[in-house]
Design a protein around this ligand. Structure first.
Ligand code: SAM
Length: 199
């Protein structure tokens, strides 16, 4: 891939900003919606839970999570994506059931043990320091809290079993991994993973 194309893709989907970022958000809101909603289903959120949505992009999964949990917190390094989340979840932001924060998997800005569930769709391949991110997620999750992670299988930074091994080595327990095919012939296969923080 040429450097120029890589930069365009990064501005559109990886670290969305400007016009390309706005277009990328619209594309992702359509193309990744089924996976975002599926991950929320897999997480089995309870009405009294706090969920941290990492890399929410345009906020489809964030909105679905906010309908089920008591508080949904979006953490994303892209101002453009947080703005799209703000627009999509305007009433939930106004009533305080959705919070938006500039940050990253490596630095979520959340308090220790304050989160029941972490959700991440199509962002793990962008985490610059996975061990630091794993440590950060273990820090913010309450004991026994859960992580549900999904990414296009072709974009994974390492194969999913290797990702599971990394998470186990970091201290997560009860690792499960599988693949999921979103509806639609053009939809890319998702690799998914569930893990728990130790009790
Ligand atoms: C490919 S988009 C996926 C958005 C959405 N989850 C989806 O599947 O449609 C990647 C998202 O992760 C965010 N991101 C990039 N680096 C990140 C990091 N280190 N930690 C968390 N999110 C990150 C981007 O800003 C963007 O919102």
């Amino acid at each position: 891939m040429s450097t120029q194309l890589a930069q365009v893709l990064d501005r559109t989907f990886g670290h969305p900003r400007g016009l390309l970022g706005r277009i990328g958000g619209a594309v992702m809101a359509r193309g990744n919606a089924a996976t975002e909603r599926h991950v929320v289903e897999v997480a089995g959120l309870a009405p009294d839970e706090t969920v941290l949505v990492l890399g929410p992009g345009p906020g489809i999964g964030l909105a679905a999570a906010a309908e089920r949990a008591s508080l949904a917190i979006a953490v994303d390094p892209s101002e453009e994506m947080l703005e799209q989340c703000r627009q999509r979840c305007a009433s939930a932001v106004a009533d305080g059931t959705v919070r938006l924060r500039l940050g990253s998997a490596e630095d979520t800005g959340q308090e220790t043990g304050s989160v029941d569930v972490v959700l991440s769709v199509n962002s793990v391949q962008l985490w610059e320091d996975r061990p630091a991110a794993y440590a950060e997620l273990l820090r913010v999750l309450r004991p026994g809290g859960r992580l549900v992670l999904s990414a296009h299988e072709k974009w994974l930074p390492v194969p999913r079993h290797e990702l599971a091994r990394e998470l186990a080595a970091a201290g997560f327990t009860d690792l499960q991994t599988w693949v999921w095919d979103p509806p639609g012939r053009a939809a890319a296969r998702a690799a998914q993973l569930r893990a728990h923080a130790p009790r």
